[in-house]
Design a protein around this ligand. Sequence first.
Ligand code: BG6
Length: 490
Amino acid sequence: METSSHRTDIVIFGGHGDLAFRKLMPALYNLRLAGFIDKQSRIISISRRPMNRETHIALMQSKLEEFISADIFDADFFADFSEQLEIAYIDFQDPSSYANLKIFLDMQTDRERIYYLSTASDFFGSIAQNLHTCDLITEQSRVVLEKPLGRSLDTSRKINQEVLQYFSESQIFRIDHYLGKDTVQNIMALRFSNRIFMPVWGSRDVDHIQITVAESVGVEGRAGYYDKYGAMRDMIQNHLIQLLCLVAMEPPCSLDANNVRDEKVKVLRSFRKMTPSDIEEKTVRAQYTKGFSQGEAVPGYLDSEEIKGSTTETFAAIRVDIDNWRWNGVPFYIRSGKRMREKNSEIVIHFKSVPHSIFPHEGKCLSENKLVITLQPNESINLKMMNKIPGISSDMRLQEVDLELNSHDTTKVIKHEAYERLLLDIIKNNPTLFMRLDEVEEAWKWADAIIQGWQANQSIMKTYPAGTDGPSAAVSLIAKDGRNWHEDGC
Ligand code: BG6
């Protein structure tokens, strides 16, 4: 077990929000359990309604019991952990209410401070300003900004500029939890520590790349939030684009945060700009209608009273072209949606078929290798290779076999959630897995052009029944280039 000597005050704005309950508190609990958080550190939840400490601790216990697996939650350990938990009531926009937080922070002024802003990004500026006004920002402070940062390049710029008045860029951690997933980090290990992939990673050998993040859940209790963002702003502009950058970037000269981020930004700058006609041809947006999810009948997106008549997409598929030497002519097809057939996140690198087949009985697709990197539900990396079917027959027949590149027996390894790794990096002040300002802005520039194109042409919205793989237009998007989505076979 590793132990930490960092005494840190972790202040969570939105401390009683969905993300805090589901992800942040379980991650902090697990980090403390694993010895990564010092026992003297404090976790101060900011609530927007007054609550006494006892009620807060009881609430935290019930939420941790709900969101941590029963074999890990331990009531005795929680009793110990709960000594580190505090609650402060703050009205984000009222500077005088920050005195409730100051009481705690002034007790130990030499500690590192982490302000985790797990609120709507509209509040980030005023929270930063009020922390400054109340003299709560020290040199040892960091601020964590949850995605999505704004709804467009302009709003994102405004929020970043507001926060940058009070925190320097090196104190800002813009989080994208996909970068904390083990398999996502493995993309860098796979690419940059195995020479065999180096020569084939580009347009000479790769035909195209698919990135899919499909969720079987709907918008759950988050319709109010989701309807303002949709698949493009909630998933594609950040999670999928980050995955794409890791696959497409050039090797950084070191793992130093800025070297990695420099390479990602170069990819983003190479995205081909979408013209209005590209938007019609290369993008698909859709909403789910009623259907069946995991065997149960579920309503359609527009059936909810809260969002009647909404024009927000719950699914998007886009062909991305990258104009640089490595990827010229290699399309990246990316898609993400809610209420799809199953939860499945994967990156599939489709290699070109052999230049000439000497196995006349096999179809073209059998000679295409694929590298399948699965992020969810189970993490794995498989290289699909061709192999002779054992035994004798009149003709030599081939079969596709999986070369499993998983580095360990996943059943025996303790799994750490993405938020655990990222929170630990924040505590250790390591920004490599966080987004720099220019990355966020480049991603918004590209996304904005598509969103504006969609707004100008509302008729583009398609539908798909809940529990399916998305609209047929997404199949056509890739089929018109003579290709198929991975699940549809060759
Ligand atoms: C979040 C989105 O960033 O990622 C959610 O806001 C989405 O809408 C979630 O459900 C998916 O994360 P994961 O790790 O479950 O794939």
